[in-house]
Design a protein around this ligand. Structure first.
Ligand code: NAP
Length: 242
């Protein structure tokens, strides 16, 4: 059975990616951190597309949990194969660096960059054996440009961009592509507190993007037809920065 694992699949961009990959016929493994209700809602949306899926709760910032729960899942499900991995789970915890606490730095780095490393390392093995795989990392405009107040978040996302390009070169000969999508301002819980009215005036297309627009690009990069695209960072930002 061909599966797609989406970290942070319970809400926002991750949920829309689960739905898009379900439309493409994948069995969806929906990872989430704590919001069971939202994760179940994603599962219902996946089923409404005629596909199926399952929930897999673990904290991507906790390498022991990843090893135990994702590693355990891989071991227990030898008939299932994760063909598509979307490293989407991410948090922000903004503040000027001068006043940034250790925990703000560590939590954001551990979730995006640590999560990428520990989750991907487990999933990579079967992709290498099958000589096929699609890895898509959800980064950010902040990781390309750097944004004040987001030294932690910009560093985490820039780290994932570097890792994307390096890993793509390691595994290209095995039929595995590794790409990133870099959203700008997308309407989700993460951007809820932002002043959309003011910010959208800076965006050439004059609006925030939708999670479905990001998911569409992820679906494209996950498709077999995108096999000659790797080590790429695709901006999805309404022209704000590229
Ligand atoms: P969101 O609405 O806040 O949703 C975050 C998702 O990540 C939830 O499903 C959450 O699970 C999960 N999550 C958070 N920490 C986790 C952890 N430690 N382990 C496992 N799952 C975890 O965020 P979003 O806006 O959809 O963002 C998704 C990704 O896009 C993030 O990587 C973010 O940095 C990136 N991004 C977003 C924007 C934007 O404008 N929204 C722009 C650029 C990049 P629970 O539901 O269980 O809490």
């Amino acid at each position: 059975m061909k599966c797609a694992l989406v970290t942070g699949g319970s809400r926002g961009i991750g949920r829309a990616i689960c739905v898009r990959l379900a439309e493409m016929g994948y069995h969806i493994i929906i990872n989430y951190k704590g919001n069971l209700e939202a994760a179940n809602e994603t599962l219902s949306l996946v089923r409404a597309k005629g596909s199926d899926g399952e929930l897999l709760q673990f904290d991507v910032a906790n390498k022991e949990e990843i090893l135990q729960l994702l590693g355990g899942w891989v071991e227990a499900n030898s008939e299932k194969y994760i063909e598509v991995l979307v490293n989407n789970a991410g948090i922000k915890d903004d503040g000027l660096m001068m006043w940034m606490k250790d925990a703000q730095w560590e939590n954001v780095i551990d979730t995006s960059l640590g999560g990428f490393f520990y989750v991907t390392r487990i999933v990579l093995n079967s992709m290498l054996l099958k000589k096929y795989g699609r890895i898509i990392n959800v980064v950010s405009l902040s990781g390309l440009k750097g944004l004040p107040g987001q030294v932690n978040y910009s560093a985490a996302k820039a780290g994932v961009i570097g890792a994307t390009k390096a890993l793509a070169q390691e595994v290209g000969r095995r039929g595995i592509t590794v790409n990133a999508v870099a959203p700008g301002f997308i309407k989700t819980d993460m951007t809820e507190g932002l002043d959309e009215k003011e910010l959208k005036s800076m965006i050439p297309v004059k609006r925030f993007g939708t999670a479905e627009e990001v998911a569409h690009a992820v679906g494209f990069l996950a498709s077999p037809q995108a096999g000659y695209i790797t080590a790429e960072v695709l901006s999805i930002n309404g022209g704000l920065y590229s």
